[in-house]
Every structure is written in C-alpha cells, then in structure tokens.
Write a protein that binds this ligand. Structure first.
Ligand code: LLP
Length: 415
C-alpha cells in the first residue's frame, strides 16, 4: 500500500503511474483507495470508536467517491456551501450526518439545509443567528446550533490558514458567545447545543490543540456554573501532515492524533465531542501527475516547465507551500531549479529553488500531497479545463472518479 518505486518506476498501489498517464493523459490527480481507507480507519479507531463524532471537512476534497468511502467508516460531513450540500446529498449522506459551517450563509442555503433536517449549524455571528431564527421560524423547524467561538489561540501556521486569532474574520468573541448562550429565549426556533472552534489548518504541533482543549474546559466550566446548557463541543479540524515526506503513514505524518483524543476525552469528559478533519484524511492519499514540456534557463535560473500548473495546485503560489517532487524513474541525478506551469503568472510555480531530479521533455513528474486542497481549489484560468481524478482501487484497478472537463463543456457555459 503506497506510492513507491518498483523496478525503479514510481507506482501507486502496484500500478505504474505511466499506465495512468497513457489512459487518462496529464495533468491528472491520482488517489490511492488503500491510503484513503487506512486514513479513515485510523481516524475511526482513534476518534469515532472513543465516542467522538467526526465530520469530514469536504472542502479538502469533495469527490463523491471519497465522500462515499468515508461515509462507510461512520464519518459525517462538514459543509460550507449549497454546492457542498448538494454534493454530500448526492453521495448519500443523510441530514443527520451533515453539519453546516462557514462565515456567511445565505437564506437559500439555510432553507436547503433546514428542509433536509441537517444535524446542526455552526453559527459565526449575530446576524447569522437572526437570519437562521427567521428562516427556521418560516419553515416551522427548530435548528440545532453550535456557536463558533474565536478563542484567540495562535495555531502557529501560515497566516492565510490561521482562523482562531481574534483579528481573523472567523467565529465570535468569548463575550458574544456568552451573551447568546445566556439569551437563548430570544431565539425560540434555535436549540443552542454547544460550542464549535476551528483555530487553523496544517497545524503540525499538538500544543495549539492542547491550548484549545484547556481553554474550552475553563470556558465551559464557567458557563455551566451559570446554568448554561452545553452538550456538544466541536474542536474543528486542522491536523497537519508531512508535506516533505508524503509517502509516510498517517500515524507518522500526524503522530499527535491519539494524544489529542486522550486529552480532550479527559479534560472535556461529559460533553459529546466532535472533530472536523479535512486535510489529514486526504492530502497524502493523492498526487498530481504532470508531463514535462521542457527545460529553460533565464538569467542563470533553471526552469522545468510542465503541463500542470497553479490551476491544478494553487497551494505553492498562495501559501508558499512545499510539495515534494518525484520523477517517474528512480535515482535520477539532481539539479537545482523551479517547477513552473504554462499559466501566464510569475507566481505560477509548483516548486521553487528546489534540488530535484533532472527532467527531460516528455518525462512524467509526480507532485506529492495533492489529495487535499488541490482539485477542490482548481480553476479554469487561461481556459484550462479541470483535470481528471483517477482512483487506484484496492485491487489495483483504475477508476476515473472525475472525468477531464472538455473544451465544449467549458465553452457551453457562455451564452
Ligand atoms: N473545519 C472548519 C470550520 C474549517 O474552516 C476547516 C478548513 C476545516 C474544518 C478542515 O481543516 P483541515 O483539517 O483540512 O485543516 N486551502 C488551505 C486550507 C484551508 C482550510 C480552511 N478551513 C490549504 O490548502 O492549506
């Protein structure tokens, strides 16, 4: 089970990646069903089997084949838009398995979710609470709500993916959360069930999670002493992975899952606990496969130009993120350079100043950790069609789980 070299050629679960390129072209995303299953099993045994409710944050990768697979392990789904709602429903999730997060939800989105009796809404502001009260009243429903608390904890990650600092747009101040939880009578169509937090993403130290658990323990103890009813606590997602060695097992890339579960169960005993992991379930189960178009030198700088681009993987451009680069053939000599795509932006780079294998025109390149926030953040900039997604099945069979967008499909959107 893995991405590894067999007879000096890179394989995914026993399938030579060249076979994927021959069948489906490049650029393309490749997912390993076996790694997805391994990740789901680990999350299930550490969290679900210990009583946590786990909702997969489907923004990381919303492919319905992946959604169905996670559902079979007992995971629910965390959605943030009507589109994600429709896709979760399409993949077979029931209302009771869906929670709706996000900093801004429209009336139409709230109505869709209310009509489907989703499990709960994570509400982030007073205006959203007022709107949900109104829509629930019109629908003659009572909406279960967790209030998203902004605990002002530094997740020690990239500023673009920090959400739990008080200057971030996410969540409500502790004072606001306390205010709403002590004025529940003003919201007859809302059932206040507890508190939700999500402090950031790609957190690779356990300490910010420990701080969050300690914070919640103090905050909820004080509120309960005032007679406030709190049943549910959601710690959010954010568990980071190793982008430098994406082919490691989940328990090596993210070794602190167990200790977070233990600490939360101990310090927050008596609450129904939730988590919403995204990246840790999918990032290292996928790669981006690209074809090398050529090499060039400019101003003493070496560039390898590939047919994949920031349109398929925007993370390096957006967050300066590191993604590992592999050649199809093992043991190539090394060379310093940048990996860039054909998109007309200087920021269109997938790796910069990287000591990487020497590539020739026509070679295949594999870019690691492309299972999360890659296809789900893709765009059609420069009229580039969305790339296909191929799952290498548990017995090594290839499944096209999203087809390549055609030029006709792209053009047909225009009147
Ligand atoms: N829950 C909430 C409320 C979230 O906002 C997020 C992610 C998650 C859960 C899942 O977080 P995860 O376990 O995947 O870290 N595009 C960025 C990541 C943005 C994350 C947004 N929120 C990236 O590529 O690094």
């Amino acid at each position: 089970m893995a991405f590894n070299y067999i007879n000096k050629q890179l394989h995914c679960d026993g399938v030579d990646i060249q076979v994927v390129a021959e069948n489906y072209g490049t650029p393309a995303y490749i997912y390993s069903e076996q790694i997805l299953r391994r990740n789901a099993e680990v999350i299930k045994s550490i969290f679900i089997d210990k009583g946590f409710k786990v909702s997969y944050a489907m923004k990381a990768n919303s492919n319905p084949a992946i959604l169905r697979l996670f559902k079979s392990y007992g995971l629910g789904v965390d959605i943030v838009s009507a589109g994600e709602f429709k896709m979760a429903k399409h993949a077979g999730y029931l209302g009771a398995e869906i929670n709706f997060a996000g900093v801004g939800k429209t009336s139409e989105e709230l109505d869709l979710a209310l009509a489907f009796d989703i499990d709960h809404f994570n509400v982030e502001s007073g205006f959203e609470l007022d709107l949900l009260e109104k829509r629930a009243s019109l629908a003659d429903k009572k909406a279960a709500v967790l209030l998203r608390l902004n605990p002002d904890i530094d997740p020690q990650t990239h500023p673009h993916i920090s959400t739990g600092l008080k200057q971030n747009k996410f969540g409500m101040s502790p004072a606001d959360v306390r205010h709403f939880l002590t004025h529940t009578k003003s919201y007859p169509h809302i059932q206040f069930d507890g508190i939700h937090c999500h402090i950031g993403s790609q957190i690779i130290q356990p300490q910010p999670f420990y701080d969050l658990i300690d914070y919640l323990q103090q905050f909820t103890t004080a509120l309960r002493a005032e007679g406030v009813r709190i049943e549910h606590l959601d710690l959010g997602g954010g568990f980071g992975v190793n982008y430098h060695d994406p082919f490691e097992d989940i328990l090596e890339t993210t070794p602190f899952l167990q200790s977070i579960a233990e600490r939360a169960s101990e310090k927050l005993a008596g609450y129904q606990l939730h988590i919403q992991p995204g990246r840790v379930l999918v990032a290292n189960a996928g790669v981006l496969l690209a074809r090398v178009l050529g090499n060039k030198e400019n101003g003493g700088h070496h560039f390898v130009i590939i047919d994949g681009a920031t349109t398929e993987l925007i993370r390096p451009a957006l967050y300066d993120a590191y993604h590992a680069i592999y050649s199809h053939e093992e043991h190539r000599p090394k060379q310093m350079g940048d990996v860039v795509g054909p998109v007309c932006e200087s920021s269109d780079a997938l790796a910069k100043h990287r000591n990487m294998p020497v590539f020739e025109s026509g070679d295949l390149m594999v870019i690691g950790s492309a299972g999360a926030y890659a296809s789900s953040m893709a765009s059609t900039y420069n009229m580039r069609p969305l790339a296909p997604e191929i799952m290498v099945g548990a017995s090594g069979e290839l499944q096209l789980v999203r087809k390549r967008q055609t030029f006709d499909e792209l053009i047909s959107l225009y009147s």
